[in-house]
Every structure is written in C-alpha cells, then in structure tokens.
Design a protein around this ligand. Structure first.
Ligand SMILES: CC(C)(COP(=O)(O)OP(=O)(O)OC[C@H]1O[C@@H](n2cnc3c(N)ncnc32)[C@H](O)[C@@H]1OP(=O)(O)O)[C@@H](O)C(=O)NCCC(=O)NCCS
Length: 144
C-alpha cells in the first residue's frame, strides 16, 4: 500500500531526504542527496532552500546544467486525479533544460518541460511547456 504504486516506506525515505535538502544550502551535498533518490541533476545546478522535490516519483525529474530553482519552488511529477477508494494516479516527467530559471514559490506540474534559457517568474503555476528562451509568469504561467 502507498500512493501511485509506490510504497509508504519508499515515499517516507524520499521525504526525509527531501526535508534534509530543504535546510541545506545550494551545492554539491544537496545535489548528491537528490541524485541518490533518483533526480537527474547536471552541473552547477543551484537549488534554493525549501524546494519541494516530489518524494513519490523523484526519478522522473531531470534538471540540466546551470539551472537555478528559486526558494520554495515545487516540482510535482505525480497527480492524483480520482480518489473515492479507487485511486487514479498520473505521473509524468519534468525536464528543466540548461540555463533555465524557476522563480521562488513556483509550482511545476507533471509533464512539463521548461526550455533552455527560459525564465519562469515567481509564484507561477506552470501547466504547459515553456519554450526555449521564453519568459513566463502568473497562474497559469504564460508569456505576458
Ligand atoms: C516575472 C518577473 C521577471 C517580471 O519582472 P518585470 O519584467 O520587471 O515585470 P514588472 O515587475 O514590471 O511587472 C509587469 C507586470 O507583471 C506583473 N507581474 C510581475 N511578476 C509577476 C509574477 N511573478 N506573477 C504575476 N504577475 C507578475 C506585475 O504586477 C505587473 O503587472 P501590471 O502591469 O498589471 O502592474 C519578476 O516579477 C519575477 O518574478 N522575478 C523572479 C523573482 C524570484 O523568483 N525571486 C526569488 C529567487 S530565489
């Protein structure tokens, strides 16, 4: 029993590691811990404090080199679409391409690709892919 066919044990272990990374400063130790639970992280990736990496399917996240993830951002790879005793769960990759910026307290939903050098403003809800070099913000995030 668990969520999205992932055991409570594994979710719990991942969550403890994510919580530890939330209080660590950006850097190699933090990135190594996140790689340990399956996140693919490139070089010189700067993950701010309080970022939530989905503990249920962290291995579906890829963050390329030179990316900055802002304070408190949330990267969710799973989505529960029905409950009522019969859980329906969708999970999909998140890919943040090189040189992109994800603003503080922004949420990235499952299935989204943030393009190379893209800029996502703070407090946004990213539902759709962001093109290379695009600047988006707001709820939902779009070019404004
Ligand atoms: C998106 C961003 C780059 C826009 O900056 P900008 O181009 O200077 O734009 P402005 O501040 O002039 O704002 C332009 C309009 O967009 C709105 N706006 C700006 N940022 C917004 C955001 N994140 N969400 C919703 N609306 C936003 C402004 O209210 C303004 O609206 P108005 O014209 O109706 O008054 C900037 O607001 C931002 O979010 N930067 C990232 C900050 C961050 O994440 N810091 C933490 C890092 S750890």
């Amino acid at each position: 029993m668990g969520v999205c066919n992932v055991s409570w044990w594994k979710i719990g272990r991942n969550w403890i590691i994510v919580k530890i990374t939330q209080i660590l400063p950006p850097g190699r130790i933090k990135n190594a811990l996140l790689r340990h639970i399956g996140v693919r992280i490139g070089k010189r990736v700067f993950i701010s404090p309080d970022v939530i990496i989905d503990p249920i399917r962290p291995e579906l996240i890829q963050i390329d080199s030179n990316v900055l993830i802002g304070w408190g951002a949330r990267l969710f790879t799973h989505m529960i679409t029905e409950w009522n005793g019969k859980e329906k769960c969708n999970a999909a990759h998140i890919h943040i391409k090189k040189n992109a910026f994800v603003g503080g307290y922004t949420t990235i939903r499952p299935g989204v690709t943030v393009g190379e050098g893209a800029f996502v403003g703070s407090d946004s809800l990213v539902i759709h892919d962001v093109g290379d070099g695009e600047k988006v913000f707001g709820i939902p995030a779009r070019v404004r």
